[in-house]
Structure formats: C-alpha cells, structure tokens
Design a protein around this ligand. Structure first.
Ligand code: PLP
Length: 442
C-alpha cells in the first residue's frame, strides 16, 4: 500500500500528479508558452466548451504549466482544486466576485492588507458589493453583521501591522451555522497554517510572497477546500444555485459535482466565468518562477520563523525598542491563537516601535545595511519599511491609529540569511536611530 504523503516539504516538490512532461519526459515543469490548443476534432472541441470533457481550450482559462502549480498549491493547502491568477489582488477580487453580486455583502476582518482594504472600500463598493468590517478580536462581531444578503466571511491568517492570528475555526463555525463560507488570505503563513483544516472553505494567496519566495514574479491563487456545501441554502448562495445564463443555464453548485465527481464549484466557476470574462490570467512564465520558489517554501518558512524568534528575543531587550509586535507577543486570548493555528513557526514578520518616534523610524530604516527597504513581504532577503512615512503616509493620526500603525512603527520581514548577520544589521541600525543627523553618523 502506498503511504499517503502529506508532508509540506514533499508536497511542494511532488504534489499534484506531475512526474514528468508527458510529451518529452522532461522532469522540470516546462513553460507551455502557447495561447491555444489544437482540438482533436469538432466533437472534442464542443465537449470541452460544454464542460462534458475537461481539457485545454485557451491560456486565459487554463495552461499546463499553471496546472502543475495549481495542483501543488491545492495539495499544500489541503484543498481539492486551485485556480491561479495574475496577482494576489486578483485572487482576493475573484474570491469575492465569485460569491457576491451588486446588493450583496461580505463581512470582513478589520485586520487586512492595505491593498485589500482599498479594493473592498473603493472598487468593490462601486460595484455595489458592501464590505462590513468586524474586529476579529471577538469572533462574535462577525455574527452581529450578518443579514440575508451576506455571502461570505473574509479574514487574513497573519495580518500586519497587528500580527494577530485570525480566529479561523471560531469564525468558520459561526459562518457554517448560516451557510456562509469563510475565505482566508493565507499569504503570510503558508505551510505553518492550513486554514482549510480549521474550517475555511476557500484559501487565497499572493503567490508573489512566501510561496514564490524570491521576489521575481507576481501571482495569485484561489484554493477550493471542497468542504463547503454550496447548495445547502440556495437563497444564501444564489450564484451557485440559480441558472447561469452565461453558460447555458448551468447551476454551478449541482453541475460541478455531477460533472467532476468533486465538490469544487467555487474553483470551476472562478475559472470558467471569472477568468473567461475578466482575464487576469497568470502567465506560464510566472507560474514557472513560482513553481521554483514553491519547491523550497517549507524549508524557507522554517528558517524565516526560526530567525524571527531569535530577532524577537533580541529586539525585546534592545534599549531603542519600546515595543515588539509579534504573533506570540499579544495578551491572551490573542496570543493563544498563535499556538492554536500556527504549527512549525510563529511567523516571519515582526513589528517594532522605537523610542525616538517617527524620526527614529526613518533613521533606523536608512541605517540598515543588509535589509532591503521595500514595500514587499515574503522575500528570501530581510526587508524593512516604515509605514507612517511610506505606505500609510496619506492617513491622518486617527486613521493611522485605527490601522495599528504608530508614527514609530517599523515592519520587519525577517529573511533566511544567517541570524548573526540579521542581528548585527538590526543592532547597528537601532543604535543609530536615536542619534542626530544621519549623515554625520553614517
Ligand atoms: N494579500 C496580502 C496579505 C498581501 O500582503 C498582498 C500584497 O502585499 C496581497 C494580498 C496582494 O498581492 P499581490 O501583490 O500579489 O497582488
């Protein structure tokens, strides 16, 4: 009997059913640079379009390179099916558009990536989809905002700047009482958290970050957990229970399990409706770059997290640091969520507040020698940014406070360099942060 391999290190390399290229026996996944695919005959073409048979039609909707990545990401997350898209932003956009239409609402955590807040507050609201915000420190806040137009809950596993782990099971359990699926953005915690195991129905990623891991390609993914009954309450999920006139009147919630034998209507609808209509396909060249990164994601996450633990200990004792923000450094019950949901590491990201306020924050950043100063997370390199003078500079004091960013807050994404070099760089930059004119000291 073959033992079921469920270890992330192995899944990342062997996940999905790709062993070698069927056409050439190539072991590395080939980049299929083609827009279209020769149909065997007219019947074959008609069957593919009618979803009677599954196969390649056009690269906006599917591609064999992307397919390997999709199967591996689905396996890594413990889901049943995955659709890759052009970016993490597209993944969150599609995840919402796949369940909600004008007049509907989504209840989302307040702890979110800034780009998601902007998408929700500005673009999706203009399309008539209302996003209601719930503070995740108390999961019951989600329940209070539900009405009969609520189509999904949305959260982020390890959101910065607060770095409070999301109460996945608690919120998912509430949602399931009302047939509301939980969509989780697991960008900052691949491998160390598998939200589907805790009840999430859909997991999205910006593959640009830790899964790609090297800052070389922008990409996104949407994993269907296969664990949500989209037909249990037809009024709650009209997009899966009413005939879709754009596809010959198909009812996605019923048709997909019948056609595929798998409960993955969310993934199929995202692919054949949203990729078909909105485009935003992942280029196979970028899928190839992400596949290279994915192969080492488990090793890298282990190293990112181990280095981050050391750095937290160091920073807590440093005289220039007034506060360290980390998944395990919160009061109870928030800190307990790190224990409950993170496995094999407590995350790669750290926030610090500096004694000298905004000027110290800027000086610290400018004094770093090895860390990169970039608006990104999830690179093998160590990264730092001072949000108050960059990503959050358009916010007023009140908005800054609400977003969890203080004037002196600095976000660190600890890389996989040797820990001694990371600590040395942090130490020398912190020691300069409180000193006068930077030019005089550097
Ligand atoms: N989700 C999270 C948590 C992110 O940090 C980001 C980008 O920083 C995104 C989504 C958007 O991803 P992308 O930049 O690939 O569009």
């Amino acid at each position: 009997m073959t033992r079921k391999r469920n270890n992330p290190e192995t899944i990342a390399i062997h996940g999905g059913d790709y062993k070698s290229d069927p056409a050439t026996n190539a072991v590395a996944v080939p980049i299929y640079r083609t827009t279209s695919y020769q149909f065997n005959n007219t019947e074959h073409a008609a069957n593919l379009f009618a979803l009677k048979e599954f196969g390649n039609i056009y690269t906006r909707i599917m591609n064999p390179t992307n397919d390997v990545l999709e199967k591996r990401v689905a396996a890594l997350e413990g889901g049943l099916s995955c659709v890759t898209v052009s970016s993490g932003q597209t993944a969150s956009t599609f995840a919402v558009l796949n369940v909600a239409q004008a007049g509907d609402n989504i209840v989302s955590s307040t702890d979110l990536y800034g780009g998601t807040v902007s998408l929700f507050t500005h673009t999706l609201s203009k399309l008539g989809i209302e996003i209601r915000y719930a503070d995740p420190s108390n999961p019951e806040n989600f329940e209070k905002l539900i009405d009969d137009k609520t189509r999904a809950f949305y959260g982020e596993t390890l959101p910065n700047p607060y770095l409070r782990v999301f109460p996945i099971k608690e919120v998912s359990d509430i949602g399931r009482k009302y047939n509301i699926p939980l969509i989780m953005d697991n960008t900052a915690a691949p491998v160390i958290c598998r939200p589907i195991e805790h009840g999430a129905a859909v997991v999205i990623h910006s593959l640009t970050k830790y899964i790609g891991g090297h800052g070389t390609a922008v990409a996104g993914s949407i994993v269907d957990g296969g664990n949500f009954d989209w037909t249990a309450d037809p009024k709650r999920q009209p997009l899966f229970n009413e005939p879709d006139n754009s596809y010959g009147g198909v009812i996605w919630g019923k048709a997909v399990p019948e056609l595929t034998g798998a409960n993955v209507p969310f993934a199929v609808r995202a692919r054949v409706c949203l990729l078909r209509d909105l485009g935003s396909a992942l280029a196979p060249d970028n899928a190839f770059a992400i596949i290279q990164g994915l192969e080492t994601v488990a090793l890298r996450m282990r190293q990112h997290c181990a280095n981050a633990e050391y750095a937290v200990d160091f920073l807590k004792k440093h005289k220039e640091v007034t506060k360290v923000i980390y998944s395990t450094e919160h009061d109870k019950p928030i800190a307990d969520r790190a224990k409950k949901y993170l496995n094999g590491g407590n995350g790669p990201m750290i926030g610090i507040e500096l004694k000298g306020g905004i000027e110290a924050g800027k000086k610290f950043i400018e004094s770093l020698k090895m860390f990169y100063h970039v608006a990104n997370i999830g690179d093998a390199r160590s990264l730092a940014i001072h949000p108050a003078s960059t990503t959050h500079s358009q916010l007023n004091e009140k908005e800054l406070a609400a977003s969890g960013v203080t004037q002196s807050y600095v976000r660190l994404c600890i890389g996989i360099e040797h820990i001694d070099d990371i600590i040395e760089d942090l130490d020398q930059a912190l020691n300069k942060s409180s000193k006068g004119n930077l030019k005089a000291v550097s």
